[in-house]
Structure formats: structure tokens, C-alpha cells
Design a protein around this ligand. Structure first.
Ligand code: UD1
Ligand code: CA
Length: 465
């Protein structure tokens, strides 16, 4: 059995953030989730994974409880280095009688499970080996622990950048922070760690030196430099985010999405694009967004957690969040669909229309300059330009219900709560304050006066003065 420890208790000082580093997101997912993907794949069962967190009840602990209730947590308080973190995990008894303990860092998000499994195999192949460490050779190794070797190229130690000499700094082979340990040896060694280094921390990397001292072997496995990137700063985060989003865009194209300017498109990894979709330039699709086949998302749209059916046309520059858009709808340009918008098939929502908690049944048209909030509108109803549901009376929100086949003329205000019956007509400019009966006609306007020659007389008066 393999037990996996995921280190996530570090302060992440270099992020300069009140949010724990591992909860920062790349391509729409917290870093810790990526590391957990790897941890689960290696451990087989989430119950064999223990995450080291900094304090009881902090954000990381709460996040794990809510999203990954099966993983164990170990509290390291205060965080005094990676060795101390693994100690905290060992103390909980989480390793049991596991043959191997794998240690992963919560801030190395591009690591693949295959590389870690290879590391475990490398450890198990060599009877004398106490630990296998994944290394990588980077053109710029700044910030990482270096793999120091002797003349015969045998492993000697890992030296942290802050503790290293200028010649050691030139070493380009680095420690990725990924290890497979013989569990028994690890447990014996952890109490022997000291904090005699520039950071006064207990370094996990010192366990490797202890292995050599105990005449055991340290196996090094050289891995993909692209997967080694550790996130220590916001700059690192941007690099990881960019790489993952680029991958997501490429995967979308392979999956049948037309993206003509891929370098301008921002996709969270969690977005689902069905085949034969089109994403135009400068589109941002985030969260749990799903785009059905045949649908086009127009230039410059920003979309989060929205579900689009098939053959939807979203014209340019719409902002859409937590909305459901049915088959064949036409949206925008410049529409804003907010949370709780639910458009059935064939609905048209045009330019400068805002919707919120609005259920529009099949074939509804609201094409221009309209606010529809807290409302349900029956099939085939036409909502004219400039219509406003007055849903808020200064104290509470109220609902507007409009039936099927209604014609709401331009510049109508519907003062909620109010109901307009099926087949009714509301004249342009009406302020609807009373329910309109089925097939009724509502008009509320100041009667128009026409003064014969009044326009000319007015102009003449103005000219004189
Ligand atoms: C560490 C390694 C370094 C390696 C690099 C790879 C050590 C001493 N150094 O350095 O050799 O090249 O990772 O990315 O191990 N953590 C805790 N508790 C602590 C301190 C850290 O849980 O007390 C966690 C952090 O949350 C993080 C991981 O351990 O997920 C690594 O810690 P970090 O401080 O980032 O170590 P590096 O300086 O990057
Ligand atoms: Ca790090």
C-alpha cells in the first residue's frame, strides 16, 4: 500500500496574500485540487491521502472538508518546514503499515501521476533504496533546491538555494519536491531532523542525507522540466495558469470547437464544449460552463457557470453568468444575463437587455433595452423596447408574471407584484400597476392634446426672446 502526504501548510509568504497559496486558482481550479488529482491516482483511495494544513479550522481545512471529505488532514502548527510537516502527518498515524510514503507539494500543480508512479517503481526496484526523488533540469533553477552530486555523479545531498554556495547555485538539476520513501526508514529519520540552516526550518530534504549516512541508497529519477514548476509567487501562478489555459484551448479544438484566434481565448479547464461549437476571439468561458453543439459564442463575451443548449447564437460582447440558455436562442449583442436566467428554446434576448431570475418560455422575444428581473414570461410573448419590470420597491423584491402570447408595447413599466394574463396587450408607455386580465388591453397614458399651429407659434415666441 502507498500512503500519500500532500504538503499544504506553508505560509506562502511570497504570494503576499491573505488566501492560502494552495487555494489560489489556475485555469479555474485551486492548486490543491490539482495536487489531489495526482495524490488520488497514486494512492488509489482518498482515504490513503493525508493533507498537512497549518491550523485547525483555517481556509484550507474548511475547503477540504467541503470538497474532499474523505481525505485525512494533519495539522502542523506552527509550520516549521517541509520535514516538520511530514512529521505532523506521521504523528496522526495516517501512514499505518504502508510500504511506501509518497510526499507531494501542494504548490507543484503540473506534476502528472505517471511520473509519481514511476518514482514508486524506482524505489521498489532497488532493495537498498530508502528514497526516490524526482528531479528536473531547468535552464533557470533559481529558487529551487539543487541536486548536489559527486564526481561520479552520485547523489550527495539537496541544497536549498538559500544555503548554497555560488558554485552550487550553478547546478541546474533541481528537486521537484516529489519523493517516494520507504515508510519505515522515513519514520525512523523524521525525529533526527534538525533546523540548522539559513531558514531555521526542518527540511524534508535532509532525510535524503540521513539515508546515505545509514548506508541506504537515494535514487534520483529525472522528470519532465515542464512539470516541475513550483508556484511560489503570483508570477509563477500566471505561468501555470497560462500553460493550463493553453492546454484547455488546444483540447477544445481537438474536441471539435472552432477557435480562430486561440491566443485570445480564455478557458477554464472545467468548461465543457461539445463538438461543432465556435468560440470567437477574446471570449472568456469560466467555471461550470457547458456549450452545446452548434452554438457560437460571439467575440468578447464573458461567461461564467452558464449552460447553453444546441445551436444558440450569442452575439458579441455579452456578459452571462449562472444562466441557462435553451436550444436555438439568440442572445445579444451587449446582453447581460444574470443569475437565475432561464431561457427556453428559441428565445431572443437582444441588445442592452438585462435579465435576472427571469424564466422566459419558448419563443419569447425581448430584443431591445429592457430589464427583466424576478419574472416569468409565457411562450411567444413579445416584450417591446425599453420595458422594465419594476421588481424592487425600495424594501423587497416582487414578481412580475406575464402570460403566453402577450404583447407588451415599448416603454412599459410593470410595477411588481403584477400579472398580465395570456393574450393581453399592453399599450406603449403604460405603467402597469394593476393585473391585466386574459385577452385584455391595458393602456395608461396621459391623453394627448394637439394644438393646431402650436409648434409654429412656440418657435416664433422663442425667436423673439
Ligand atoms: C521545496 C524544497 C526544494 C524544492 C522545492 C520544489 C525543502 C526544504 N525544499 O522548497 O528543495 O526544490 O520545494 O518546489 O523541502 N510546507 C508545509 N509546511 C511547512 C513548509 C512548507 O506544509 O512548514 C508545504 C508548502 O505549503 C508547500 C510545500 O510544503 O506546498 C513546499 O514548501 P515551500 O516553502 O514552497 O518550499 P520551497 O522553498 O519551494
Ligand atoms: Ca514551493
Amino acid at each position: 500500500m502507498t500512503s500519500v502526504v500532500l504538503l499544504a501548510a506553508g505560509r506562502g509568504v511570497r504570494m503576499r496574500s491573505s488566501r492560502p497559496k494552495v487555494l489560489h486558482e489556475a485555469a479555474g481550479r485551486p492548486l490543491v485540487d490539482r495536487a489531489l488529482d495526482t495524490a488520488f491516482a497514486v494512492a488509489g483511495d482518498p482515504a490513503n491521502v493525508v493533507v498537512v494544513v497549518s491550523k485547525e479550522g483555517t481556509a484550507v481545512g474548511a475547503y477540504l472538508k467541503a470538497n474532499h471529505p474523505k481525505v485525512k488532514t494533519a495539522v502542523q502548527d506552527p509550520p516549521r518546514g517541509t520535514g516538520d510537516a511530514v512529521r505532523a502527518a506521521a504523528k496522526t498515524g495516517a501512514f499505518g503499515k504502508a510500504k511506501t510514503v509518497v510526499v507531494l507539494s501542494g504548490d507543484v500543480p503540473l506534476l502528472e501521476a505517471g511520473a509519481v508512479k514511476g518514482l514508486v517503481d524506482a524505489l521498489n526496484k532497488d532493495k537498498k533504496a530508502a528514497v526516490a526523488v524526482l528531479t528536473a533540469t531547468l535552464p533557470n533553477p533559481t529558487g529551487y533546491g539543487r541536486i548536489v552530486r559527486d564526481k561520479k555523479k552520485s547523489f550527495v545531498r539537496i541544497r536549498e538555494e538559500k544555503d548554497s554556495s555560488s558554485s552550487e547555485r550553478k547546478i541546474c538539476e533541481i528537486n521537484t519536491g516529489t519523493y517516494a520513501f520507504d515508510r519505515a526508514f522515513l519514520e525512523k529519520s523524521l525525529p533526527l531532523l534538525t533546523s540548522e540552516n539559513s531558514q531555521s526550518e526542518f527540511y524534508l530534504t535532509d532525510v535524503l542525507s540521513l539515508a546515505l549516512k545509514a548506508k541506504r541508497k537515494v535514487v534520483t529519477v529525472s522528470g519532465d522540466p515542464g512539470a516541475a514548476l513550483g508556484v511560489n509567487s503570483r508570477e509563477d501562478l500566471a505561468v501555470v495558469d497560462g500553460l493550463l489555459r493553453e492546454r484547455a484551448v488546444r483540447a477544445a479544438m481537438r474536441g471539435g470547437t472552432t477557435i480562430r484566434r486561440p491566443e485570445t481565448v480564455t478557458l477554464d479547464e472545467t468548461v465543457v464544449l461539445e463538438p461543432d461549437t465556435t468560440v470567437e476571439p477574446f471570449v472568456t468561458l469560466l467555471g461550470k460552463t457547458v456549450v452545446g453543439s452548434g452554438t457560437t459564442i460571439g467575440q468578447g463575451c464573458v461567461v461564467k457557470n452558464a449552460v447553453f443548449g444546441q445551436n444558440v447564437t450569442v452575439r458579441p460582447y455579452c456578459v452571462i453568468e449562472s444562466a441557462v440558455v435553451g436550444d436555438g436562442c439568440v442572445v445579444g449583442p451587449f446582453a447581460r444575463l444574470r443569475e437565475g436566467t432561464d431561457l427556453a428554446a428559441g428565445v431572443h434576448v437582444g441588445n442592452f437587455v438585462e435579465t435576472k431570475k427571469a424564466k422566459l418560455h419558448a419563443g419569447v422575444k425581448a430584443n431591445h433595452l429592457t430589464y427583466l428581473g424576478d419574472t416569468e414570461i409565457g411562450p411567444r410573448t413579445n416584450v417591446g423596447a425599453g420595458v422594465i419590470t419594476c421588481n424592487y420597491d425600495g424594501f423587497a423584491k416582487h414578481k412580475t408574471t406575464i402570460g403566453a402570447d402577450v404583447f407588451v408595447g415599448s416603454d412599459v413599466q410593470l410595477v411588481a407584484p403584477v400579472t398580465v394574463g395570456d393574450g393581453a396587450i399592453v399599450g406603449a408607455g403604460t405603467t402597469v400597476t394593476k393585473d391585466v386580465p386574459r385577452d385584455g388591453l391595458a393602456v395608461a397614458r396621459v391623453p394627448q392634446k394637439n394644438l393646431e399651429g402650436g409648434g409654429a407659434a412656440y418657435r416664433a415666441r422663442k425667436k423673439k426672446s
